[in-house]
Structure formats: structure tokens, C-alpha cells
Design a protein around this ligand. Structure first.
Ligand code: FO1
Length: 313
């Protein structure tokens, strides 16, 4: 069975580990959000690609959900000692090697999709990781800071300000001019099922859907989504801060309806919600309620199995 998943950071990566456990013989392709990417110190940092790669490749720090296990932050401490303004970003010493390799390959002219393939040769994630596009797309957030309106990089909003500054708008700069990375549309066309993991519906999956051609390609497929919100609260991260920025209520029904509305109603066929949200309805979409708290791998595998069963239905 060929499965395609659109994914972002921590929640998405953890769900994908469950999906691999639930369908070990499936051929999995993950189309990963690159809107969170940031250039710092001349390095190109791709948080969602690296989180999926490390999580599926066995190198992730389980407690943080991002970055490497057994990590140290000496370089970060040194940057802080120099009062470098971007020292707030948690650049791990082991993680640094990934960014150095990526920088070297990008400078040599390799597209991000080739760089990702090379990095995955080491990590063996057991899935094909594709950036949503090889073009530069970066998410900026319009906030009020120091008494004036400014657009700051998503990472500054998310990491430095913990998404505490109300987002006036969230813009994936460059998305409208981007094209899907090589292999993305082919993988979607060949897929038996497309699964949207419980990633951030705005800045992760929402951004992938903004790459022209991707949402349209999904209309022809069976697509099942997993709600990232349980009982009116996001399971982790700060999806509520993002959802309120686009005027979507933070509940499973509203997020499901938001996805369905994408590409004028043709996106979603099935919507998996937690038992707490069993009353949710999404017009034209089959809603099923199962426990969605991804406490461990067996729980993630059970959720993934439920998503595949729903797709089969
Ligand atoms: N998240 C944080 O909350 N604090 C950090 O300092 C941080 C550093 C970081 C470094 C590399 C990386 O791949 C991810 C990192 N993240 C950090 C996570 C990242 O900001 C978000 O998880 C994604 O961008 C949202 O999906």
C-alpha cells in the first residue's frame, strides 16, 4: 500500500512513527513543511524536515520532541556570551552538523530535496522525505511589537515569544510562487491513501497546501485527517494561537471544517477526532471518534490504524 502524508513538526513526526508501526509494509512518502525554515549564521535550518528525519531515524530528543538526543548547547551558550541577537534559537551542537552539511550541499548547487535525500542516507527514516518545495518559502507573523506593527519570522514568534504575541496575520512568504518539489505530485497521484497527521493545521499542513498544485492533487485522492485538537485544546504546541490568527475556533469540528473548505470542499474524506469530540460533524466528511492522545508508540499506532481503517471505509 502506498501512503502519502503531509507533515510538520513534533506531533506529525510522532504520528508517522505510529503509522510505520501500523503499516510496516506500506511505502510511505512524507511531504514536509518548509515554511518554518530559517537562515541563521549562514546556515539553513529546516526544523520540520529535521524533526521528521530524526524522529523516524531514531535520533530525536524524545523529551523536547525536536533536535538530537544526548544534545549539548555549548555553541548556543557561546553565542549568548557574545550577545548575538538570535541566540534565543536553540542550536544544538550535534544538530549543527546537519545544518553544516545542508549549507555545504546547497552552496554546491544541490536542491533541498537532494540534500534531504543525502541526510536521510544516514538516518534511514524508512520513508521518503520530500520538502514540499525546493523553492524558498518562509512563514512570517504580523505582530505588534514595541508599539508598532512588524512582520517577524515564525521561529522568532514561536521560540523567542512563545507565540504569546497575538498574530495579526500568518503569511507563508513565497508560497504562491513556489512549485512542488520533484516527486511530490507523482507520490500523491500514486498514493492509495493520503493521511494528514495531527500537525499544526495552519503553519504546517496549511502551509504545504499553499504550494500551488498540492491541494488540487489531493482532491482526486482519499484523504483522512487526524485532529490536532482534543476537547477544545491543542494537544501540544500552540496551534490555538495559529488557529485564532485565521479565525478558526480551536476545536476538532472547526478544524475539520476548515480542512474541508480548502480547495473548495474537495480535500477531506474522513476526519478522526478524539472520543471527547464524538459529536463533531463535518458536512460531506465521515467523522470517527477514537482516543487521540498520542502518549506512546502503541497509542500512535492505534490512531494510525484507525485512520487507515477510516480511509478503507
Ligand atoms: N523549538 C523551541 O521551542 N525552542 C527552540 O530553541 C527550538 C530550536 C530548534 C532547533 C532546531 C530544530 O529543528 C527545531 C527547533 N525547535 C525549537 C522546534 C521548532 O521551532 C518547531 O518545532 C517547528 O518549527 C514547529 O513545527
Amino acid at each position: 500500500m502506498r501512503i502519502v502524508s503531509l507533515a510538520g513538526g513534533i506531533g506529525g513526526a510522532r504520528f508517522l512513527r505510529g503509522l510505520q508501526a501500523a503499516a510496516p509494509d506500506a511505502e510511505l512518502t512524507v511531504v514536509v513543511n518548509t515554511g518554518d525554515d530559517i537562515t541563521l549564521y549562514g546556515l539553513r535550518i529546516c526544523p520540520d524536515l529535521d524533526t521528521v528525519m530524526y524522529t523516524l531515524g531514531g535520533g530525536i530528543d524524545e523529551q523536547r520532541g525536536w533536535g538530537r538526543q544526548d544534545e549539548t548547547f555549548h555553541a548556543k551558550a557561546e553565542l549568548e556570551a557574545y550577545d548575538v541577537p538570535t541566540a534565543w534559537f536553540g542550536l544544538g551542537d550535534r544538530d549543527l552538523a546537519t545544518h553544516l552539511v545542508r549549507r555545504q550541499m546547497l552552496d554546491a548547487g544541490f536542491p533541498l530535496s537532494e540534500v534531504t535525500r543525502a541526510l536521510c542516507a544516514r538516518w534511514q527514516p524508512g520513508a521518503a522525505l520530500l520538502p514540499m518545495t525546493d523553492d524558498q518559502v518562509e512563514t512570517y507573523v504580523r505582530v505588534e511589537l514595541d508599539g508598532r506593527e512588524r512582520a517577524i519570522h515564525f521561529q522568532e514568534w514561536w521560540v523567542k515569544h512563545r507565540a504569546a504575541l497575538p498574530a495579526r496575520a500568518i503569511v507563508a512568504v513565497g508560497a504562491e510562487r513556489s512549485t512542488p518539489a520533484p516527486g511530490v505530485l507523482d507520490a500523491i497521484a500514486a498514493a492509495d491513501v493520503v493521511v494528514l497527521p495531527p500537525s499544526n493545521p495552519v503553519v504546517s499542513i496549511g502551509t504545504v497546501l499553499q504550494v500551488p498544485g498540492i491541494a488540487e492533487a489531493l482532491r482526486a485522492k482519499t484523504v483522512v485527517g487526524v485532529s490536532p485538537v482534543i476537547g477544545g485544546a491543542p494537544v501540544r504546541g500552540m496551534a490555538d494561537a495559529c488557529l485564532s490568527a485565521i479565525g478558526v475556533e480551536t476545536n476538532a469540528e472547526a478544524v475539520g471544517r476548515h480542512y474541508r473548505a480548502r480547495s473548495d470542499g474537495g480535500l477531506l474524506d474522513g476526519w478522526l477526532v478524539d472520543t471527547a469530540d464524538a459529536a463533531a460533524t463535518v458536512p460531506g466528511v465521515e467523522v470517527r471518534a477514537v482516543p487521540l492522545l498520542m502518549t506512546d508508540l502503541p497509542a500512535a499506532a492505534a490512531m494510525a490504524r484507525a485512520a487507515l481503517d477510516l480511509a478503507g471505509a
